[in-house]
Every structure is written in C-alpha cells, then in structure tokens.
Design a protein around this ligand. Structure first.
Ligand code: F6P
Length: 320
C-alpha cells in the first residue's frame, strides 16, 4: 500500500482535526502518501483532493471543526455519485480510505467498498456518541463538557430568578449527551428518546421540589426526545412557574477539543492506518473498556447503540 485518502463527513465534531493529524502522521511515518479529501464525499465526487504533508496538520490538534471541511452528500447515496468518486480513486491512485464521521458516513463507506472493493477504515466522529462498536466517539466528551458549562451558567441565573429552565441539547436519535450532561449538571429531569416520559410526572416532581423550598429547576431535553420550546410551554401552562428555554444547538459542536477527545482521536487515527496497512477492509476502529479495538462496519451499521439505562435511573434517584 502506497497511498491512502482521508476525509471527514457528516456533522463535524471537536477532535476530528486530531484524528486527521494522526492519520496523516502515522501514514507518513510508515512511508505512505496521504491525499486529503475536502468536504467529505462531496469533495470525493468533485475531486477536491490534494496531497497532505507533515506540515499540513501542524497546529491543528487543539482546534475544533475540521480542516478538511465536511458535508452531508446526497449524491454519494446514489451509484452514479459513487461511480464518480471511483474515477477519482483511480485518478489519484488511492489504495485505501479513512472515513471519519458518523452512521450516515459509514453507510456511504460501506456501499463504496462493497461496490469497488477499496479498503476502507472508519473512525467514529460524532458528538451524538451513537455509534456501536465504540464506547465513545470523537467529540462527545467535548460536547458534554460544553453543555455542562452552559448548564452551570444557566443555574446561576435560574437561582437568582427562581426559575425553571429547560435546556435542549443535541442528539438526533439518542440521549447520550442529554444523559451525561444532565447527570453531571444535576438536572431535575432528563428527557431522552430511549425512555418514555410524561409531562404530568415532570410537573409533579417540580412541584414537590418547590414545596421543599427548591429555588430553581433544570430540565435537560435531548432534541430527539422532544422540542425544548414545547416542553417549556406545557410546564408553564401546568405549573404556572416562571419557565425559560435555552437551546444549546451548534455551540455543542464547536470549541477546542478536550484532552480526552484529542487522545482518543490520536489513538483511533493511528489504528485506522494500521488496519489499512494490514490489508483489513470494511472495519471501524473504536475504544472498548479503554482498549483500542476494531469491528466490522457491517455490524456497526446494523447495531443500534443505546444509553446506559442504569445511569438514567441513577440520575432520577439523585435528583429526587
Ligand atoms: O452530528 C450530529 C448532530 O449534531 C445531531 O446531534 C444534530 O441533530 C445534527 O447533527 C444537526 O445537523 P446539522 O448541523 O446538519 O443541522
């Protein structure tokens, strides 16, 4: 193997740059050449590609976002789009591809290696942490810390004004961010897509708290469970409490990556290159119980990862 490509795809996540750096430097260390593909599969189709050198990844380990930029490509979902990308594989002489992204990106990668047999290694990069085959995906830790930081700040003003705050966090289909940020932020209630909830129960809990003299309440809602604005409206209607809603949105996707995410990204990036060099294909690298592992992309895509319900129940007990 002489030359590999690397791209970032889907929603960006803090730590993707550290992963790109690890892929480029590990590959060059072993004598490989690396082609950076800009704007994910969109750039793959459009040949927005250029060689990366050691200096291309200097001074990026601490930066959020992705220097390769990213996109959600509709065209790559079609055989015609993938055929155009295959032309660029030949044009640039790629013998392997590293895809850093989430579920949708891996489905694209899977279709591509099935059709054309190009060895592919996936690296989980999404703040949602919803990729099976890895306990953590790159960016989740930073996103949770950003959310907790925001909750801390909101708590200050919530206390001063004796208000109820609904804080909506990201998590399209899963409640990983909501659960972690809610537990770490001491939320009264956490709403996640994996667990049914009733507004009545939430309001009862709020009222019990206020009767005990609680000055404020924090409710964390995963966007995939419900809209924060709607929850706020219903709580206000039922309880009459002064209720405010904050949607954290994309601030959770930006910012300097935590040390955890940088270390994870560095380890996963290096492992992805090792896998390609060993001749493996259709794999995703991940971390399980602290160890770097690899799994079949097919299995990763087929399995749904769910939150730890024991942790969810614990958050309920501790916020009684
Ligand atoms: O990458 C995951 C994610 O941040 C989800 O939590 C969120 O629903 C989605 O991306 C938002 O995507 P976009 O930035 O394309 O609106």
């Amino acid at each position: 193997m002489q030359r590999i490509g690397v791209l970032t795809s889907g929603g960006d996540s803090p730590g993707m740059n550290a992963a790109i750096r690890a892929v480029v430097r590990k590959a060059i260390y072993h004598g490989l050449e690396v082609i950076g593909i800009r704007r994910g599969f969109t750039g793959f189709i459009e040949a927005d590609m250029e060689p990366m050198r050691l200096g291309s990844v200097a001074d990026i380990i601490h930066r959020g976002g992705t220097v390769l930029h990213t996109a959600r490509s509709e065209e790559f979902k079609s055989p015609a789009g993938r055929a155009r990308a295959w032309e660029n594989v030949n044009r640039f002489g790629l013998q392997g591809l590293v895809v850093i992204g989430g579920d949708g990106s891996f489905q694209g990668a899977q279709a591509f290696y099935r059709e054309y047999g190009l060895p592919v290694a996936g690296i989980p990069g999404t703040i949602d942490n919803d990729i099976s085959g890895s306990d953590y995906s790159i960016g989740f830790d930073t996103a949770v810390n950003s959310a907790v930081d925001a909750i801390n700040k909101i708590r200050d003003t919530a206390t001063s004004h004796e208000r109820t705050f609904i804080i909506e966090v990201m998590g399209r289909d899963t409640g990983f961010i909501a659960l972690a940020a809610g537990l770490a932020g001491g939320a009264e209630s956490i709403l996640i897509p994996e667990q049914p909830f009733s507004i009545e129960d939430i309001c009862d809990k709020l009222c019990r708290g206020y009767r005990r003299g609680k000055l404020h309440s924090i409710i964390v809602v995963a966007e995939g469970a419900a809209g924060g604005l709607e929850i706020g409206k219903q709580i206000k209607q039922r309880t009459g409490f002064d209720t405010k809603v904050t949607i954290l949105g994309h601030l959770q996707r930006g910012g300097t990556p935590s040390a955890f995410d940088r270390i994870l990204a560095s380890r996963l990036g290096a492992k992805a290159v090792e896998l390609l060099m060993s001749g493996a294909t259709g794999k995703m690298v991940g971390i399980k119980a602290g160890r770097i592992v690899d799994s079949d992309l097919d299995k990763v895509i087929a399995c749904k990862k769910t939150v730890d319900l024991d942790m969810f129940r614990l958050a309920g007990i501790l916020s009684i």
